[in-house]
Structures are given as C-alpha cells and as structure tokens.
Design a protein around this ligand. Structure first.
Ligand SMILES: NC(=O)c1ccc[n+]([C@@H]2O[C@H](COP(=O)([O-])OP(=O)(O)OC[C@H]3O[C@@H](n4cnc5c(N)ncnc54)[C@H](O)[C@@H]3O)[C@@H](O)[C@H]2O)c1
Length: 288
C-alpha cells in the first residue's frame, strides 16, 4: 500500500454531477481545486453546486473550518484552456464521449507540466482510445470515482497499455489520501465495476420481464440475501435507464451478446421512463 500523497493543486474538468463531487472530496481533504466548465454561467452553477454540498458537509460536522474557509480554496473557471499550469493532478469528468474527452485531454496536457498526472473519470470508455494523440500517455490513467464521491469508499484505477508505473503509484497514493480504497483494473470493457454491475442489472430486468418476481422482491433478494445496499433494479433507476442502455450497447458490441440490452429496458427508455430523474423507472419516484 502506498503512503497517502494529497496533491496540493487539482484541476477537475467538468463540474457536473461527478465533477462537483470529486471537487468536493478534494476540498474536504485539503487541496486547492480549480473546476473548469463550459462558459461563465456553467462555472457559476458548478460553484453553487459545490457550495451547497459543502453546506451539507458542514451540517454533518464533516468540515475543518467553515464552508467559506474551505471554499476559499476553490476556483471555478469558464474554459479548459485556463487550466492552471501548476496542477499536480487533472481529473477529467466531462460527458461520456470519447472524442470530447480526447480533445479536452490534449488541450489540457499542453497547458500543464510534464509530471502532471492526468486521470479520467470515465465509467466505461477505453483509456487507450482516449490516450491516442496524447504526448505523455505514460502519465495518464483512469480514476473512476463513485457517486456520491465523498461518501464512497472505492476508486477504480484503470491502467492503459501505455500507463507508466509511476502514474499508477501516484494515483494509488492520491486515492489513499482521500481515504478511499483503490483497486487496479486493466483497461477492458466496463472495467470491473460497470461490467459486473451491469451483468446483474440486465439479468434482474430479464427476470422481471419473465415474471419471475416483482421488482421489490428481486431487489430484496440481493439486499437481504447478499447484503447489497441497493437492489439491481432500484440501482438502475438511480443510475438512469438511458445511461445503463448506452453502457449495455457498448459492452454488447465489445464483449458479446450476453450484454445485449433486454427489450424491456429499451421499451422503458423509449417511453421516457428513465428512472429517478424522470419520475418513473422500475419504481415511481415522486418529485421531492
Ligand atoms: N453520474 C455517475 O454516477 C457517474 C459515476 C462515475 C463516473 N461517471 C462518469 O463521469 C463523467 C461525468 O459524468 P456526470 O454524470 O458528472 O455528467 P454531467 O453531465 O453531470 O457533467 C458533465 C459536465 O461537463 C460540462 N462540460 C461539457 N462540455 C464541456 C467542455 N467542453 N468544457 C468544460 N466543461 C464541459 C457540462 O457543463 C457538465 O457540467 C462521465 O464520463 C461519466 O461516465 C458518472
């Protein structure tokens, strides 16, 4: 196990759901964090999101100092080109689009020092595909965080063909400094988490379609029988049925028909039943 090494300065590309959470976690740990968004309005929205998360952490007693003390270490910038050159770590959390990510990483790599560690938070895209075109692919790997970032215990480190040992060691040390347990996975479709999680989710959907049991009972089977904190159908609602469909299509293309999306999943996505975010998926989600 590597000794924890907290980067002094971190840049997070994209301040959406995951980018805000990753920013939040590094701020709590003590880093200086820059979050880069697309435009001034998006940067202000990201700052507000992170400030709200920080207020919640303060209410739970999880802050050293006041929210304002911690937020003094945050800057939100309106474009990737302004990434601070002295960033020790850059974590990319842009939308799941390999071309967008590849272009962004090239722009940022040209701005930072040669020793900067570059990481992507992709859920399932290929690290090697993203590294094509990079000057220093040996300094690049996946650091896959989970939602909500501050509360989740895992970082899945994804090693590409050209990732160097020093980068792997550095990512390991960063994960430990955040209080998380890293696992190391070779760049492969769906890594460990998305591949196994999806296999369970798709089978649960097939079982529901086959009339094996009601959604609640399928979920209870895994919660009470196997101690999963959330059942596979409820988890699919939380992740988003459209997100799971896209990952299933990608894994089916790369790993074979065992990941073919079940017709019930396609039908629900077509009907706009996307899970919690749309108010209905395998469960009803009344607006809170
Ligand atoms: N949502 C999850 O639970 C989850 C979990 C693990 C990993 N991921 C991965 O994390 C990544 C981000 O997912 P998310 O759910 O946070 O998405 P999101 O849509 O909430 O956030 C993406 C952010 O990127 C910004 N953005 C888009 N183009 C930009 C550009 N050119 N420059 C700067 N900012 C730009 C958007 O404004 C948005 O705020 C994806 O790769 C996703 O697969 C998501």
């Amino acid at each position: 196990v590597n000794a924890p090494v907290l980067p002094h300065s971190v840049t997070v590309l994209g301040g959406g759901r995951m980018g805000s959470g990753i920013t939040h976690a590094f701020l709590l740990a003590g880093s200086q964090v820059t979050v880069a968004e697309a435009g001034a309005a998006a940067a202000a929205a990201a700052r507000n999101r992170i400030a709200r998360m920080m207020a919640e952490s303060a209410a739970r007693g999880a802050l050293v100092g006041t929210p304002d003390d911690v937020l003094a270490r945050l800057s939100a910038i309106p474009d990737l080109e302004s990434t601070p050159a002295d960033s020790e770590l850059v974590v990319e959390a842009l939308p799941e689009d390999v071309d967008l990510k590849r272009r962004a990483l090239c722009v940022v790599e040209a701005r930072v020092r040669p020793e900067t560690l570059l990481a992507t938070n992709t859920s399932a895209l290929s690290i090697d595909a993203m590294a094509a075109g990079m000057q220093r692919p040996n300094r690049f790997l996946g650091m896959h965080f989970f939602n909500p970032v501050p509360a989740s215990a895992l970082v899945e480190i994804v090693v590409g063909t050209r990732t160097g040992d020093a980068a792997l060691d550095a990512a390991h040390a960063v994960a430990v400094a955040l209080g998380k347990t890293p696992i190391v996975v070779r760049d492969s479709p769906g890594f460990a988490t998305s591949r196994l999680g999806l296999a369970l989710g798709l089978e649960a959907i097939r079982m529901l379609a086959d009339g094996v049991a009601e959604a609640e009972d399928i979920d209870r089977a895994m919660q009470l029988g196997y101690r999963h904190p959330v059942g596979p159908l409820r988890l699919t609602d939380l992740v988003g049925l459209d997100v799971r469909l896209a990952v299933a299509e990608d894994l089916a293309a790369r790993l074979g028909p065992r990941f073919d999306p079940p017709p019930l999943l396609r039908a629900k996505v077509r009907a706009g039943e996307l899970g919690r975010k749309s108010g209905r998926g395998f469960y009803d989600w009344p607006a809170s």
